[in-house]
Design a protein around this ligand. Sequence first.
Ligand code: SF4
Ligand code: SF4
Length: 238
Amino acid sequence: MSKDTITFTIDGAEINAKPNQTVMQAADEAGIYIPRLCYHKDLMPGGHCRVCTVKVNGRPQSACTFPVNNGIVVENDTEELNALRRNIVEFLFVEGNHFCPSCETSGNCELQATAYRLGLLAPQLPYLNKERELDASNKEVYLDRNRCILCGRCVRASKQLDGKNVFGFENRGINKRLTVDSPDGLGETSLTAKDKAASICPTGCLVVKRQAYQTPVGKRDYDKTPIGSDIERKKATV
Ligand code: SF4
Ligand code: SF4
């Protein structure tokens, strides 16, 4: 084994990692799924959603930003951490307006699939029923803020991958809101369907138009296997 190999444990299993990897990257390579929503492998991690919270040597940390180190002890798939993750996902459901049966993304939605994986079937908290705007002004992509979980993937993708700055945020806390770089809406921005930002949303908030239901309900990614299965399949080959 190279002297540059980092060795640590996740839930008692020994993991080999490369220097400069994060706990999330090392876990993915080792076939261990850590739940996540704002993380995307092609983007700089944002550490926004906290769904990937693990314990490192007993302290809560975001797996997507925490660097690997020799001998660290990581807890991931524990009832305590999964309960915390369920709470976060529940908050996201009641803050937004999610009606899965009528949503084009149902079955491909990472929020919905994460809720199922964590065992959240119906939120217990009261729905906020906040009014949120839908912006269909762009010819190729629509933006339905009712389903926005403020993960920032579109913001980072537009900047880091597309070389644009179409998306941003305004306000804080419960009033935080996704903005676009034109006062006249998405139709007056430079966003196109070919932009990475247009197809990187984990929910049905940013959707490319005229592609609805190309894959029938029942045959979508998470209709077939739970979220994280693609990562866990790697375990057999590691
Ligand atoms: S975005 Fe996901 S969670 Fe929200 S309504 Fe659509 S399928 Fe359901
Ligand atoms: S539009 Fe989608 S990608 Fe952008 S912040 Fe909202 S949920 Fe995240």
